[in-house]
Design a protein around this ligand. Structure first.
Ligand SMILES: [Zn+2]
Length: 724
């Protein structure tokens, strides 16, 4: 595969309206960082840009909550978020701000360029207006009942309960959050990006050109947006916070760019600022076709990065993204992570509890990175549990990875005078050769997976190499050989061979783990007394990383055990802080005292575990065998008219596509489930629901909170595969 000349990697700009949680980290920043660290180790020309999104109504709303100004809010959160990312090893080349003059200039110029070319249209429309505060209401300033799920505090742009994107007109019983009054409609003029003009371009670019190399979840969501018909989308708002329209725009006074028009342009302005800081030229990164532009985002951002921003880039003469490896969501302890319900683990909290030097130091940043990557929601939603976190640390990082390296160093000091022993080729046996081969092949394996954005599998290969090392040492038993030194003349040479191979494997682990566990890789370099240069990717697979006779440092433990008590404390802390109804907590709580105070005044999430219902009466195997269960792939989904709870689904069962009506509309938005695999009862007698014949049933699991989950195979498999 031909390498592009340069890479531009972006990670979604986080809103500077509060602290960010690990769901954000796992969704965009961590996979982006792994990819970038790999590219840097490959010596490729790469720039990693990100920054705070400091516009949009979320900022002034947070200011109202905290009793301060919008400027004070962004000045407070921007540096904390930047520091949090830094503490977790996210290695941006620049972490910029959309409040900067260079961004205002860039976004304003972008708007003017499109407006002058006739690529924008204007429309007058009636919008909600708060008579008491004499201002038009941005979507976030309107609350009401969600038409999709009935949640009573949905915002005018999105329902936080079911995740559906909304427009204020769709809300039932809208209320202004500024005054609490019912808003009135008033005429106002706005600029729109006519997305409907670009349907053919998008269909060709996404479905035809990238239908096979982008994640199916991403393509599926785009396809369902395009198939649903694209509408002109407003790029301006009546608001006093944001990038003001240029002065020479007629009727532009009092209006700012809509945040989703201005925020992605933040990637461009960040690149410009980076170029200024480093004396480079920013233009080729956005204009030369030989640049690979990759957007790392969460699935809630797909429409903006795959549909809206590409149309803007295309019109403006910029390059288009090569890939948008969006992740699904990561849940936490059985529920969706949510800032409003305070069901989350903030990066800041994790840093305080685990990474502060007295609690474990930077190695614990790697533990979090490791677990989040091991459960990365690359093809479907995943779940963070504290028990899983503890297991990943204790039984993989401590017992396999750390233990192997520690034993190799301890034994080398004990049995080889603290120096890298020589390799006696004539004595190598089959197991030695197999282990050397595994080391040599690991580079290719990890590399291919990283190039395909399969970070979870790539990391698995790295830990697997450590596992191979452990098993190798266990079979070779150099400590037993040490007892035979007098009786067996070859014993010392066999010990040398074993430890030589183990030490070269250790050096390889430093290189391969570096994108995932950068703090650990550095620590291994320290123990091996080698410079960071060894971490260059081209060195991976080599059996000559450490010279014979070279003396190494005394071993130090790479990872510490996570105790049961720490896990119990975290779970209790999470439950105590949780709020399960509006109003939203007014301050961000980062310590126990405040969290406890909140728990006193609001209902606390229940701690009861799952279903306690008794088991149904016993059946014989033949009864069970009558049920035909197969895996199906949802290829289309739509709401059933006048039926709040029903979705009409088209299921690909391999041998045929059939219609199934399912009562899951309150739980899933149609666009979100296309491409998902489910388990289907195929031989259930057909049944008519709302005039539609349903041919089968989808199996669902319900958790303690009443949330439904599909029952599906761990990885995508052929539709029609039997389940038994
Ligand atoms: Zn809803």
């Amino acid at each position: 595969m031909k390498q592009p000349k340069r890479y531009l990697i972006t990670a979604a700009l986080p809103y500077a309206n509060g602290l960010k949680h690990i769901g954000h980290l796992a969704g965009a920043y961590l996979p982006a960082d792994i990819y970038v660290r790999y590219l840097r180790a490959q010596k490729r020309d790469v720039v990693f840009v990100c920054g705070s999104d400091e516009h949009g109504t979320a900022i002034p709303i947070q200011a109202t909550k905290e009793g301060t100004t919008a400027q004070a809010i962004i000045d407070k959160y921007h540096p904390i978020i930047e520091q949090n990312f830094n503490d977790l090893g996210i290695s941006f080349d620049i972490y910029h701000r959309t409040s900067s003059p260079i961004h205002h200039e860039t976004a304003s110029e972008f708007f003017t360029a499109l407006n002058n070319k006739g690529d924008l249209i204007t429309k007058e429309s009636e919008q909600y207006y708060d008579e008491q505060s004499q201002s038009f209401l941005a979507d976030r300033y309107i609350k009401g009942t969600c038409p999709n799920c009935g949640f009573q505090a949905a915002y005018g742009d999105q329902c936080e309960s079911c995740g559906k994107s909304l427009s204020p007109d769709e809300l039932i019983n809208p209320v202004s959050t500024l005054s609490g009054n019912t808003p009135v409609k008033k005429l106002t003029k706005h600029w729109y990006l006519p997305l409907d003009r670009h349907e053919d371009f998008l269909r060709k670019w996404i479905i035809e050109e990238h239908g096979n190399d982008w994640r199916s979840t991403v393509v599926g969501q785009c396809k369902s947006w395009i198939d649903g018909g694209l509408q002109p989308r407003a790029v301006t708002r009546d608001l006093d916070w944001g990038v003001a329209l240029p002065n020479d725009v007629e009727d532009g006074k009092g209006k700012v760019l809509y945040v989703w028009f201005d925020a992605p342009i933040g990637y461009i302005s960040a690149t410009k600022q980076w170029a200024l800081n480093t004396g480079k030229d920013w233009k080729p990164y956005w204009e030369d076709q030989d640049t690979k532009l990759i957007h790392f985002i969460g699935k809630d951002n797909i429409v903006f990065h795959c549909i809206i921003f590409p149309v803007m880039l295309q019109l403006h003469g910029n390059i288009l993204p090569t890939n948008v490896p969006a992740n699904e969501f990561m849940n936490l302890e059985g529920d969706k992570m949510s800032t409003s319900r305070n069901w989350k683990l903030e990066m800041e909290d994790y840093i305080n509890d685990f990474i502060k030097p007295e609690n474990g130091g930077s190695q614990l940043a790697d533990t979090l990175r490791y677990y989040l990557t091991a459960i990365a929601p690359e093809s479907k939603d995943s779940e963070f549990t504290w028990k899983g976190f503890q297991d990943a640390n204790n039984s993989e990082l401590v017992s396999i990875f750390g233990n192997f390296i520690n034993r190799a160093l301890v034994l080398m000091h004990k049995l080889c005078n603290g120096k890298v022993p020589p390799l006696h080729n004539e004595l190598l046996d089959e197991l030695d050769h197999a282990t050397i081969e595994a080391i040599q092949q690991s580079k290719q394996k990890v590399e291919q997976l990283l190039e395909d954005y399969k970070f979870r599998d790539a990391q698995f290969e790295v830990i697997n190499l450590a596992r191979i090392g452990n098993q190798y040492m266990q079979k070779k038993e150099p400590w037993i050989l040490a007892k035979q030194l007098e009786s067996n003349p070859a014993a010392q040479q066999l010990i040398n061979n074993c430890l030589h191979i183990c030490l070269q494997l250790t050096a390889n682990l430093a290189i391969l783990s570096n994108p995932f566990l950068p703090f650990t890789a550095k620590k291994i370099c320290y123990l091996l007394k080698v410079v960071d240069k060894i971490l260059d990717w081209e060195n991976a697979g080599s059996m000559k990383l450490l010279s014979v006779g070279y003396s190494l440092r005394a071993p130090e433990l790479l990872f510490r055990k996570i105790e049961d008590e720490e896990i119990t404390n975290q779970i209790e802390k999470l439950k105590a802080a949780a709020v399960n109804k509006e109003p939203i907590v007014t301050t961000i709580n980062t310590n126990n005292t405040q969290s406890a105070a909140i728990a006193d005044t609001t209902s606390v999430a229940t701690t009861e575990s799952t279903d306690k219902s008794p088991v149904k009466p016993e059946i014989v195997f033949d009864d069970f065998a009558k049920i035909d269960l197969k895996v199906g792939t949802i290829v289309a989904a739509e709401k059933v008219e006048k039926a709040d709870k029903l979705l009409k689904l088209q299921l690909d069962l391999g041998f045929e596509t059939r219609t199934i009506v399912s009562g899951i509309a309150m739980h899933f938005a149609p666009a979100d489930i296309v491409g998902k695999q489910v388990t289907v009862v195929c031989n259930l007698a057909p049944r008519k629901m709302r005039g539609i014949e349903s041919n089968g049933m989808i199996l669902m699991a319900e958790d303690a909170n009443g949330k439904l989950h599909f029952i599906n195979p761990e990885d995508q498999i052929n539709p029609g595969s039997g389940v038994s």
